[in-house]
Ligand binder design. Structure first.
Ligand SMILES: Nc1ncnc2c1ncn2[C@@H]1O[C@H](COP(=O)(O)OP(=O)(O)O)[C@@H](O)[C@H]1O
Ligand SMILES: [Mg+2]
Length: 222
């Protein structure tokens, strides 16, 4: 279970204090599929980064499976993130000099050695239809293929929580639908919690719980 309580975020900028989130509460239970929509600049990525321990809130608490990751030091927080959280961004963020297989394995290179990782990576790449592309570099792939590599990479550590920021934002409608199908199929099998931030109504509506950012707060659609 993940529980955000009274999360606020204020950025300090040259132009002064910029409040972005205010009193955001969100409780997510295992298997939940959550979407968050809202106009550009409404704080969706900020909230996702806080959930993913990539940014810290100005105030508020985050409980994650009975632990309080915001209270850990930086190194312990990085380990926590690497073990429990997978990320998929709009821009795939693959390492350009590495092969498809190496990209998927990258999250397993930190921490304890994981001898089963390579088999798992190959199986995930089979599931996303890229068995014939293991030794290719990202530049040799289409946008949809790159995003499928990003899905495999996000799932390689079998994370509790899968965070997606505009995962289909750079894809045409048909490719977006295919990538979404794959993402939800693999998420369902693994039982990860998924939180998707998106502009796309179509993608948002495929989640069971739909939220919108409204005036710096999160509102759940009934
Ligand atoms: N690191 C930062 N420093 C200052 N302002 C920021 C920073 N990151 C985001 N912002 C501002 O916070 C607001 C929300 O940004 P963001 O969370 O990226 O929105 P969204 O993802 O909904 O488009 C925007 O006005 C943006 O300019
Ligand atoms: Mg954003």
């Amino acid at each position: 279970m993940i529980n955000l309580k009274q999360i606020a975020k204020v950025y300090s900028t040259a132009a002064g204090q910029l409040p972005v989130l205010e009193a955001v509460d969100l409780m997510i239970v295992p298997d939940d599929r959550v979407s968050i929509v809202g106009p550009s600049g409404s704080g969706k990525s900020t909230l996702l980064h806080i959930l993913g321990l990539l940014d810290t809130p100005t105030s508020g608490t985050l409980e994650f499976d009975g632990q309080w990751p915001l209270e850990l030091d930086e190194a312990a927080q990085a380990r926590f993130r690497n073990e429990k959280i997978g990320f998929i961004f709009q821009d795939h963020c693959l390492l350009p000099q590495c092969t498809v297989l190496e990209n998927v394995l990258a999250p397993t290179l930190v921490g304890k050695s994981d001898p089963a990782a390579k088999d798992r990576a190959q199986e995930l790449l089979r599931r996303v239809g890229l068995t014939s592309r293991l030794q290719h570099r990202p530049a040799e792939l289409s946008g949809g293929e790159k995003q499928r590599v990003a899905i495999a990479r996000a799932l390689i550590r079998q994370p509790k929580l899968l965070l997606c920021d505009e995962p289909t934002g750079n894809l045409d409608e048909r490719t977006a639908a295919e990538v979404t199908d794959l993402l939800l199929e693999l998420q369902h099998e693994a039982g990860n919690i998924i939180v998707v931030v998106t502009h796309s109504k179509t993608l948002a509506q495929r989640m069971d719980r739909q939220f919108a950012m409204v005036n710096r707060r999160l509102e759940e659609a009934q």
